[in-house]
Ligand binder design. Structure first.
Ligand code: ARG
Length: 460
C-alpha cells in the first residue's frame, strides 16, 4: 500500500475500513484539474519569492501538466490509500519527477488547498449555470413576444380570476429567473476570494505573496482572515440557496406545464421528444421532463439543509466534517444545470393551443371585475359596483349563461347605469388591453417588457 504523506508519527497501518471510511477520493477527484491549477499558481508564486528555484518550479509545472493529461485521458492511478485528490496528485508528482515533488507543499496545507479547489470548481459551474440560465431566458422572452396577444385565463386559488395574455404569464417566469441570475452573480462575488496562503489556519512563516496567487487564479483578492478562510463554506451554502430558489421556480413552472398539458386544461402541446409513454395505457403521453424537474427540487432543497446542518456546530477552523460538503454541492450544481438545460431546450418548442386558451378564458366570469370598473366609471362606488356584479353573476349562473350572453335588459335589472356600451367592456380583448401600464397584461405592455428584458439579457 502507498505510504501516507502524513505517516511519520504513526506506528501502525490505518485500519482498512477506516481508510475507506475517511477517504474522499471517489468524489473529490472531480476537482483534480482545479487542484492542479491551484498547485501551479502556488508553485509559481513560491518561485517568484525565492522559496523554489526556477528549475524546481519548471520541473513541478511540467510534472503537473503531465498529470493533468493522465487525468483527462483516464490513466491516472487513483488510490484510496492516498485518501483524497490532493494527496493522490502530490504523491504522483513525486513518483514522476522525483524528490523535488516533495517541495510543492511548502507553505501550504490541504485546508487552504481544498478551500481553493472547491471555489475554483464552483466558479466554473456558476459560469456554466449562468450561461444556461441566460439561454433559457432568451427562449422564454422570444416565446412571450410570440404569445403577446394570446389570451388565457389568469388564476388565483386555481379559480378563474381575470384574463391575461400568455406572454404576460411567461414574463412572470422570466422575472423570477432574473432574480435567480442576480442572486447567482451575488454569490459569485463573495465566492471569488482566494483562501490560498491561509495554510492550516494561521498562515505560514514563508515570505508568500497571497495577492499574487489570488491574481494568478482569477480571484478578486485574498480572503481577509486565515482562520476564516479555511473554515468558511458560506459560498457553498449561498450557492445551494440560489439553486433551491431556482428549482422552486422551475418546479412551479413545471407544475403549470403539467396542468396545461393535461386533457382537462389542454392549453399547450409538449413535443413528443420531451415526453414518454406508458407500458400499459397506449394513449398516454406523459410530461416526464417537467415532472422530473419538479421532483428534483426535493433533493436540491435537501442539500441546502444538509450543508447548513453540516456547518452549524463546527468550531474553528477546519474539521473533517467539511469533507461532507462536496457531494451535496456537486449534486446541486449538476441538478441545477440539467434542469436548466431541460427547460432551455423545451421552452422554445412549446406550442400554445390558442383557441383552447381563449375558450377557457371566457369561462368563469373572468371579466366580472371589468363590469365593476365600468360601473365605477359611471359614478357607482366600487363596493356597490362589486355587489351589483355579484348579483349579476349569480343570476347568470342560474340562467347557465356567461355575463356577455345576458341581454342588456337582464343586466339593467341590477343597475340602471348599465348601457349598450357594456358589451365592449365584457370582451376578453377589451379586458386585457385595459390593463396597460408597467407590468400589466396588455399586449402592448408585454411587447415593451419583452424588448426591455431582451436588452437586459444582452448586457450580461
Ligand atoms: N479531503 C479533505 C476535505 O475534503 C481535504 C482536507 C483535509 N484536511 C485535513 N486536515 N484532513 O475536506
Amino acid at each position: 500500500p502507498a505510504a501516507k504523506p502524513w505517516g511519520g508519527r504513526f506506528s501502525e497501518a490505518t485500519d482498512t475500513f477506516v481508510e475507506r471510511f475517511t477517504a474522499s477520493v471517489s468524489f473529490d477527484q472531480r476537482m483534480a484539474l482545479e487542484d492542479i491549477q491551484g498547485s501551479l499558481a502556488h508553485a509559481q508564486m513560491l518561485s517568484e519569492v525565492g522559496v523554489l528555484s526556477d528549475g524546481e518550479y519548471r520541473k513541478i509545472a511540467t510534472g503537473l501538466g503531465d498529470i493533468a493529461e493522465e487525468i483527462k485521458t483516464g490513466t491516472f492511478p487513483w488510490s484510496v490509500q492516498l485518501e483524497d485528490v490532493h494527496m493522490n496528485i502530490e504523491a504522483r508528482l513525486t513518483e514522476r519527477i522525483g524528490p523535488i515533488g516533495k517541495k510543492l507543499h511548502t507553505g501550504r496545507s490541504r485546508n487552504d488547498q481544498v478551500a481553493t479547489d472547491i471555489r475554483l470548481w464552483l466558479r466554473g459551474h456558476i459560469d456554466r449555470i449562468a450561461a444556461e440560465l441566460t439561454r433559457l431566458q432568451s427562449g422564454l422572452v422570444a416565446l412571450a413576444e410570440r404569445e403577446a396577444d394570446t389570451i388565457m385565463p389568469g388564476f388565483t386559488h386555481l379559480q378563474s380570476a381575470q384574463p391575461v395574455t400568455f406572454g404576460h404569464h411567461l414574463l412572470a417566469w422570466n422575472a423570477m429567473l432574473t432574480r435567480d441570475f442576480e442572486r447567482l452573480m451575488d454569490c459569485r462575488k463573495r465566492l471569488n476570494r482566494s483562501p490560498l496562503g491561509a495554510a492550516a489556519l494561521a498562515g505560514t512563516s514563508y515570505p508568500i505573496n497571497r495577492a499574487r496567487t489570488a491574481e494568478l487564479l482569477g480571484f478578486d483578492a485574498p480572503s481577509e482572515n486565515a482562520l476564516d478562510a479555511v473554515s468558511d463554506r458560506d459560498f457553498a451554502i449561498e450557492f445551494c440557496a440560489f439553486a433551491a430558489l431556482l428549482l422552486t421556480h422551475l418546479s412551479r413552472a413545471s407544475e403549470e406545464l403539467v396542468l396545461w398539458a393535461s386533457s382537462q386544461f389542454d392549453f399547450i402541446d409538449l413535443p413528443d421528444r420531451f415526453c414518454t409513454g406508458s407500458s400499459i395505457m397506449p394513449q398516454k403521453k406523459n410530461p416526464d421532463v417537467p415532472e422530473l424537474v419538479r421532483g428534483k427540487t426535493g433533493r436540491v432543497n435537501g442539500h441546502l439543509v444538509a450543508l447548513l446542518t453540516l456547518m452549524k456546530s463546527q468550531p474553528l477552523a477546519y474539521n473533517k466534517d467539511n469533507q461532507e460538503d462536496k457531494e451535496p454541492l456537486f449534486d446541486t450544481a449538476d441538478t441545477a444545470l440539467d434542469c436548466l438545460r431541460a427547460f432551455a431546450d423545451m421552452v422554445p418548442a412549446l406550442q400554445a393551443k390558442r383557441s383552447n386558451m381563449l375558450k377557457a378564458a371566457a369561462r368563469g366570469f373572468s371579466t366580472a371585475t371589468d363590469l365593476a370598473d365600468y360601473l365605477v366609471r359611471k359614478g357607482v362606488a366600487f363596493r356597490d359596483a362589486h355587489e351589483i356584479v355579484g348579483q349579476s353573476v349569480s343570476f347568470a349562473i342560474e340562467q347557465d349563461k356567461d355575463l356577455a350572453e345576458l341581454s342588456l335588459h337582464q343586466l339593467q335589472q341590477f343597475s340602471g347605469e348599465i348601457g349598450e356600451d357594456v358589451f365592449a367592456v365584457l370582451t376578453l380583448e377589451g379586458s386585457v388591453a385595459a390593463r396597460s401600464h408597467i407590468g400589466g397584461t396588455a399586449p402592448v405592455q408585454v411587447r415593451k417588457a419583452c424588448a426591455q428584458a431582451r436588452s437586459a439579457i444582452a448586457l450580461r
